[in-house]
Design a protein around this ligand. Structure first.
Ligand SMILES: [Zn+2]
Length: 243
């Protein structure tokens, strides 16, 4: 299946998807949720990636310009999303390290939800303490607000209604990167493909100079499987919305 890449949020209603993975940066979904998203895609659920920024600050290489890095990261993300089985990738056009809780970002997420009408939204947990990228906190918080109540309420954005973007209720949100997981997803059989997808992000993986990210992730996924009979799991804080 050829993947469709949108350089910006489409302006007209798209065919609906089952799963939307909403990330601050390219590679976030692979780190946080790829094992689970691969399983869902394998089951035949349609997956759309939405990425708020182009990740053009994510390097320690002084020889790399932001424009060049953005181009590299878009190509890496396209390969990773294709490997995972996503149908489309949508870029939202916000600056890396520049996400804020603004009416504009909230409305853009509502627009995405009403365009693609996902049953499930997967995104960053906004409540991880201390060491957590500010963009990850902001995207998770604004996504929660966009789902409930803004995407749901027909009076929220009359101009979106005029564009045919009618209210939409997301059934479930899965927050990755959480310290407080209430849902363990078995990724024993998809872990290797999660790693393969992560390794598409070469510009990011080479930033791990003194640690082995694959060994670290395997250990984390083993810890997140504690108390289950899975070998490896991704832990999420799952919120089910009233329908
Ligand atoms: Zn990130």
């Amino acid at each position: 299946m050829t993947i469709t890449i949108h350089a910006q949020i489409p302006r007209t209603l798209q065919s609906s998807c089952d799963i939307m993975a909403l990330a601050a940066h390219p590679d976030d979904t692979e780190f946080g949720a790829a094992g689970t998203v691969i399983r869902w895609a394998d089951e035949g659920q349609s997956v759309v990636y939405a990425i708020a920024t182009n990740g053009d600050k994510g390097t320690s290489d002084p020889g790399l310009t932001p424009a060049k890095l953005a181009e590299i990261r878009k190509a890496e993300q396209a390969r990773a999303a294709q490997l995972i089985g996503a149908r489309e990738v949508v870029y939202m056009g916000y600056p890396d390290q520049g996400l804020e809780d603004t009416p504009e970002l909230r409305k853009d997420i509502v627009r995405l939800l009403r365009l693609y009408r996902p049953r499930v939204l997967v995104t960053s947990d906004p409540y991880r303490r201390y060491l957590w990228h500010r963009d990850h906190r902001i995207i998770g918080q604004v996504a929660m607000d966009a789902v409930f109540p803004y995407a749901r309420d027909h009076l929220a954005y009359p101009d979106l209604l005029d564009q045919g973007l009618t209210p939409h209720k997301v059934a479930e949100i899965y927050f990755w990167g959480t310290e407080d997981f209430n849902f363990q997803s078995d990724i024993t059989t998809t872990f290797d493909r999660k790693i393969e997808a992560l390794q598409c992000h070469e510009s990011q993986m080479k930033e791990f100079k003194h640690s082995d990210p694959v060994a670290w992730l395997r250990e984390r996924c083993r810890e997140m499987a504690a108390g289950t009979d899975f070998a490896l799991a991704e832990g999420f804080h799952r919120v089910r919305l009233p329908l």
